[in-house]
Write a protein that binds this ligand. Structure first.
Ligand code: ATP
Ligand code: MG
Length: 319
């Protein structure tokens, strides 16, 4: 649905995006994650043709964006809705008028506009506020109006640029639920740009990690978070403080076994104790994954390794 290969982008003489290659599939929720200034918004704006790129290819619905005329781009943007951190609602217009606006600009009939506006305001749970003005709405409600407005022209893709960054955690969750519902029931592909890992873990199936305009991680959420490589750990701000005696082993529990007491079973079966250095369980969408670092005395290590070999579902490494 979105195919990017070896994309490069400059602002003046500074290179902002380096060699970006990725494919976003139809109907998925894909996250682009990175710290401020990483180039996330720029990449998103390349996807809907608001920003030009200097190298590589970018195809949406099989068509190269850089080869499109302004008119073709206008039609492309009809198929790509977008929402932003600060909602971008018109303060002088009420909720109904804000949602109706794109359809008015495209010359839809009044009856069509009324029907679609009612339908979308019902979907986002704000039909009772249709005569309210933005200043009378909470942040979460404003974002719901912006989402309804982004869906009026029946887009196939929804781009979300930090849409939850100005919201409190509870409201963030409710907006993510709405985006998931839209993805599922309307079959809309969602590209989420965010700097919040909690958003990625909650909503996305796959993610791209961007740092200084370069891809430093790419893949499905479970493998990115279950066994993060060194770059990813640094990105997440995780640094292990490990005992300098014995042997440290990190165990990874995929979602299929994260709730089972592997370590206590191992301690019981081997009739020994381990020091637990640290551990965590994380919720990725509906799944739970975990990792645990244990410290084992030199005399026990062979025994433990033999035991772990009999448990192929547990991934582990010596640190
Ligand atoms: N129009 C522009 N002209 C020149 N430089 C720009 C322009 N837009 C963005 N940049 C630069 O490009 C880099 C990437 O910016 P971008 O807005 O894409 O980052 P971002 O990852 O979205 O950051 P944030 O999380 O703060 O929104 C930054 O260094 C920024 O200063
Ligand atoms: Mg940005």
């Amino acid at each position: 649905m979105i195919e990017i290969s070896n994309l490069g982008k400059y602002f003046g003489s500074s290179k902002i995006l380096h060699d970006i290659t990725l494919k976003i599939e139809q109907n998925e929720i894909f996250a682009i994650v990175g710290h401020s200034g990483a180039g996330k918004s720029t990449l998103l704006r390349c996807i809907n043709g608001l920003e030009k790129y200097n190298e590589g290819e970018l195809k949406v619905f099989g068509k190269e964006i850089s080869k499109m005329s302004e008119d073709e781009l206008r039609y492309l943007r009809k198929d790509i809705g977008m929402i932003f951190q600060h909602f971008s609602l018109l303060e002088q217009k009420n909720v109904y008028q804000n949602v109706a606006l794109p359809m008015q600009l495209w010359g839809y009939k009044k009856s069509e506009i009324d029907e679609k506006t009612e339908e979308l305001l019902t979907l986002v749970g704000l039909i009772h506020k249709k005569n309210s003005y933005p200043k009378a709405l909470s942040g979460g409600e404003k974002q719901r109006v912006a989402i309804a407005r982004a869906l009026t022209l029946n887009p196939k893709i929804l781009l979300s640029d930090e849409a939850t960054s100005a919201l409190d955690p509870k409201t963030t969750l409710s907006i993510l639920e709405l985006l998931k519902t839209i993805n599922k029931t309307l079959g809309i592909t969602v590209v989420l740009v965010t700097h919040e890992m909690s958003v990625v873990k909650n909503a996305a199936k796959r993610a791209l990690l961007l740092e200084h305009g370069e891809i430093i991680g790419f893949g499905d959420i479970e493998s990115l978070f279950l066994k993060p490589d060194e770059k990813m750990r640094k990105f997440l701000g995780e640094e292990d403080i490990l005992p300098n005696y014995g042997v440290n082993i990190r165990l990874y529990f995929p979602s299929t076994i994260s709730d089972k007491a592997i370590v206590t079973a191992m301690a019981r079966e081997l009739d020994t104790d381990f020091n637990i250095v640290w551990g965590r369980l994380e919720k990725l969408g509906e799944k739970v994954v975990g990792s645990l670092v244990i410290n084992i005395s030199e005399t026990q290590i062979e025994l433990v390794k033999e035991y772990l070999k009999t448990k192929p579902e547990v991934i582990w490494e010596e640190l």
